[in-house]
Design a protein around this ligand. Structure first.
Ligand SMILES: NC(=O)c1ccc[n+]([C@@H]2O[C@H](COP(=O)([O-])OP(=O)(O)OC[C@H]3O[C@@H](n4cnc5c(N)ncnc54)[C@H](O)[C@@H]3O)[C@@H](O)[C@H]2O)c1
Length: 388
């Protein structure tokens, strides 16, 4: 079988999960990785068991065996790497956020549309079967509309001031930190599941830890035990935010995001309330979907192929009671992405679940509106988004 050739730029934390996912597909070959230098790329290639390594992403993009580029670089490199890949006619799977801001994201959305290649942004929580189940139930009218969409995405890995990475450097991470990094996931999920677009926002942003201590390494995000002398760095971007939301049909919403909240590891929660029932999904208990009623006992639907609807079954890979996880949901997104790639990026071959650069651009517009709302003193701000 002729395998699809894949190359990855930015071999850090999340890169290992992109590589794991494509290897689990079976019909994709990891051809090469590109890092920030030839020596770091070669070291990572050995660790990840990849044959070829490049010290410059342009060399990887030029490799004729590579048809798909995965971009897992820090946010400031999303634009140049993705743009170069699109202009070389390669399919692109970019990690989120799509770019540093909505202007850059719009450029990538437009270039991708013009090039006609498959373009995916890994809002991977969409790949959870029970997320798709909730989406389908709402779309089918089982909740009798949507009145309120709420939840949070809370983490604690930045609680220690000695954690410093490119995410806290606005030149590399973007003006926003927590909202761009994980608020983007929540908002994408809220829109995807509810089927409604966020129309306007009112945001209150806080920097709980204004001084962090850097050891000069960029790869500290999720790694413990970085040693060496540390220097204080002033942090401008938010690590905590509370946001009110208005959706296009008049539904209201609210969510909180924070990365300095002890005890919260990857605590993403989304609840959608309709007139007939409520649906709640928690990332840390992702194999259950809570269904709440006012006139009969509440229930919990297990991730079980015999219980979910027919179109959700392809996203379930084990029988009920066999727990599936973050990596399995991530793989569901990557699997749909490669199906699309296998069809040459033809529009009709894209699954409804798959998040594209259009979604990445929308997400950047939502985050920018939140930044503008806070900068204006906490006033309602419309999401300034123009569809193609
Ligand atoms: N989908 C998710 O759930 C998820 C999870 C984590 C990270 N992310 C996203 O993935 C991206 C990477 O995040 P991370 O946590 O893996 O960061 P990281 O710092 O662990 O990895 C980034 C890698 O890029 C490399 N790099 C830096 N400059 C480079 C260059 N010029 N050329 C090639 N490589 C270069 C770094 O050396 C590092 O290996 C970010 O955009 C982040 O938002 C997404």
């Amino acid at each position: 079988m002729k395998k699809i050739g894949m190359g990855l730029v930015g071999p850090g934390f999340v890169a290992a999960h992109h590589i794991d996912a494509v290897r689990r597909l079976g019909d994709v070959e990891v051809i090469a990785i590109a890092g920030s230098s030839q020596s770091s790329a070669a070291k990572k290639a050995r660790e990840l068991k990849v044959d070829r390594s490049y010290g410059d992403f342009k060399e990887l993009i030029a490799d004729p065996d590579v048809q798909v580029i995965h971009n897992t670089t820090p946010n400031h490199l999303h634009l140049p790497v993705t743009l170069a890949a699109l202009r070389a006619g390669k399919h692109v799977i970019s990690d989120k956020p799509l770019a540093l801001n909505s202007e850059e994201a719009r450029q990538l959305r437009d270039e991708a549309a013009a090039s006609g290649v498959a373009n995916v942004v890994t809002f991977n929580y969409r790949g959870n079967p029970l997320v798709q189940q909730a989406r389908g139930m709402i779309a089918a009218g089982e909740t009798e509309g949507v009145t309120f969409v709420h939840g949070h995405y809370l983490q604690d890995w930045m609680t220690d001031p000695s954690v410093y990475s490119w995410r806290s450097d606005q030149a590399k991470g973007g003006v926003s930190s927590a909202l761009g990094d994980i608020g983007s996931h929540w908002c994408d999920l809220a829109e995807h599941v509810s089927g409604l677009k966020i129309d306007s926002v009112l945001a209150d942003l806080t920097t709980v830890i204004p001084i962090r201590y850097s050891a000069g390494s960029s790869g500290e995000a999720f790694s413990a035990g970085v040693t060496g002398e540390r220097r204080p760095v002033a942090v401008q971007s938010e690590d905590l935010a509370s946001v009110l939301l208005r959706f296009e049909n008049g539904a209201k919403g609210t969510f909180s995001v924070g990365q300095v909240l002890p005890g919260h590891k990857n605590d993403l929660q989304l609840e959608v309330n309709g007139r007939a029932c409520s649906l709640k999904w928690k990332q840390e208990e992702q194999n259950d979907l809570w269904i709440g009623y006012h006139n009969r006992p509440n229930g919990v639907m297990a991730k079980d192929p015999s219980l979910v609807s027919r179109d959700v079954r392809p996203y379930v890979h084990l029988p009920g009671g066999h727990q599936e996880s973050w990596a399995d949901a991530f793989l569901n997104v990557i699997r749909d992405a490669y199906r699309w790639i296998g069809e040459g990026g033809a529009a009709e071959a894209k699954s409804a679940m798959l998040p594209t650069f259009e979604d990445g651009y929308r997400s950047s517009c939502v985050v920018d509106a939140m930044l503008n709302s806070h900068a204006a003193g906490g006033v309602w701000q419309k999401v300034n988004y123009s569809s193609t």
